[in-house]
Design a protein around this ligand. Structure first.
Ligand code: MAN
Length: 374
C-alpha cells in the first residue's frame, strides 16, 4: 500500500498529566469519528505513571473511582516484569499494569489539524480501576457507540458507552466479560440486527486468539457467536490478530483493518503491523479478500522508538471522497495518521479463493464442526 502521507499527530509532550507529580507515558490508540459537519474527533488513550521512582519499590498505578489517580507501592522483590507494560507477582502470579489509562477526546478539524483537547473520560466504576484503553467509535443511525477496554481486578473486559452528540457519553457497563478486547460495532444493522467483531482470549492456549463475530437484536445482548479469523496465515500475523477500527462499508462489502503481531527476537512484545480483509456485505462471517502483505509496518522513528517499540496499532478510520485517514497508535507512545486512496488500499487485497486461504479456513471449520458434534 502506498500512503500519500504519514505523520505523528500527538505525542506525550502535548499532553498535561492528570496530577502534577505524574507523567504521561503515551497518548496513543485513538478511535475516530467524523461528525455530520465534517469535523474529526479522536478518542485517545492517555497512559500515565508516577514521575518519581522509589528504590526497592515498584509503583503499581490505578484509578481510585472516588479520589482519582493513585499508586500501590509494593516491594520490588515481590514483583517481576513480564514486559514493560505488565508486572507479575512472583508468589501469587497475579498481574498489574505499569501505567493506568483514561481517555481524552480531541477535535482535529479536517483530520490532520493540530488536535485540541475537548473532553476527558476517566474511570468511574470498579471494572475500570486499572484503566480505560483503546476506544473505538461507530455511528449507527443518530447514535454514537463507543467500546473500550476496561481493566480491573476482574480482568480485561470490554465496556461500552453511547452518546447522541459524541461528547456526552452514557456508560452502559460491560459489553463482554474477560478476557475480551478489540471490539467494534458495525456502523449499520445487517439484516435488521446489530453486529460486532470481538476478540476473546482463552487462558489456555488452544489456539491463537481469534476474531469472532456476534449478533444482537437490541445492540446490548449478543449471541450467535462465530469464529471468524485467528491469523497465522501470513508471516506478519503469526502471534495474534485483533480488529482495529470499525468496518467500513465499501460498495456491498465491509473493509476491516486489523492488527497482526509476530514475535521479534530482540524484545518480549512482538512487532505489530496493520493488515486488512474484506467481509461479505450481508454475510460478514465470510472473508472475501485479505492483504497478504501488511498495509502499514513500523518503519518510522516515532513508530520504532517509545514505550513499546515496533508497534503500529490501527484504531480509527475516516473515509471521505474515496480518501482514507487511518489513525493508529505508534510505539504505544504517540498517535499517527496515514492518509491514502481507498482504491490503493483495496488494490492490495487478494481474493481468498486465489490465495487458497478460503480452502484452509473451511477445512479448519469442518474439523472444528466435527469436534463440536462428538
Ligand atoms: C496489546 C494492547 C494494545 C497495545 C498493544 C501493543 O494489543 O495492550 O493496547 O497497543 O498490545 O503493546
Amino acid at each position: 500500500m502506498r500512503w500519500d502521507s504519514r505523520e505523528c499527530l500527538l505525542s506525550p509532550t502535548d499532553i498535561s498529566p492528570s496530577l502534577p507529580d505524574w507523567r504521561v507515558i503515551g497518548v496513543f490508540n485513538a478511535g475516530a469519528y467524523e461528525e455530520p459537519g465534517g469535523r474529526v474527533i479522536l478518542g485517545a488513550r492517555i497512559a500515565e505513571a508516577p514521575a518519581a521512582d522509589r528504590s526497592g519499590w515498584v509503583a503499581l498505578p490505578y484509578w481510585d473511582v472516588k479520589r482519582g489517580p493513585a499508586i500501590d507501592w509494593e516491594p520490588a522483590t515481590d514483583w517481576e516484569a513480564v514486559d514493560q507494560r505488565v508486572w507479575r507477582n512472583r508468589a501469587r502470579g497475579q498481574t498489574r499494569l505499569s501505567t493506568v489509562s483514561h481517555l481524552r477526546l480531541f477535535d482535529c478539524g479536517k483530520g490532520t489539524d493540530r488536535p485540541r483537547e475537548i473532553e476527558r473520560l476517566v474511570p468511574l466504576y470498579h471494572w475500570e480501576t486499572y484503566g480505560m484503553e483503546d476506544a473505538r467509535f461507530s455511528r449507527i443511525g443518530d447514535s454514537y457507540f463507543m467500546t473500550y477496554v476496561a481493566v480491573s481486578p476482574w480482568g480485561v473486559c470490554t465496556a461500552w458507552a453511547t452518546s447522541s452528540d459524541g461528547w456526552r457519553w452514557e456508560r452502559q457497563g460491560i459489553l463482554l466479560p474477560p478476557d475480551n478486547k478489540d471490539v467494534v460495532f458495525f456502523p449499520e444493522k445487517i439484516s435488521g440486527k446489530y453486529a460486532i467483531l470481538h476478540r476473546p482470549m482463552c487462558s489456555m492456549p488452544w489456539s491463537n486468539p481469534a476474531i469472532w463475530i456476534a449478533w444482537s437484536h437490541d445492540g446490548r445482548y449478543f449471541g450467535d457467536h462465530t469464529r471468524l479469523y485467528s491469523g497465522g496465515r501470513f508471516y506478519w500475523e503469526t502471534e495474534r490478530v485483533g480488529v482495529g477500527p470499525p468496518p467500513l462499508r465499501v460498495d456491498r462489502d465491509w473493509l476491516v483493518i486489523y492488527h497482526g503481531s509476530a514475535k521479534l527476537p530482540t524484545q518480549s512484545v512482538g512487532r505489530y503491523t496493520a493488515g486488512a480483509m474484506l467481509l461479505a456485505g450481508e454475510e460478514p462471517h465470510r472473508i472475501l479478500a485479505v492483504s497478504p502483505e501488511p498495509l502499514l509496518v513500523p518503519d518510522r522513528e516515532f513508530e520504532n522508538e517509545g514505550f513499546v517499540p515496533a508497534v503500529v496499532f490501527p484504531t480509527g478510520l475516516v473515509c471521505r471522497q474515496e480518501k482514507v485517514w487511518l489513525y493508529y497508535g505508534a510505539a504505544d507512545t504517540s498517535v499517527g495518521v496515514a492518509t491514502g486512496a481507498l482504491s490503493e488500499l483495496l488494490k492490495s487485497l487478494e481474493p481468498t479463493t486465489q490465495s487458497g486461504f478460503r480452502a484452509k479456513e473451511e477445512a479448519l471449520t469442518e474439523t472444528e464442526n466435527e469436534l463440536c458434534q462428538t
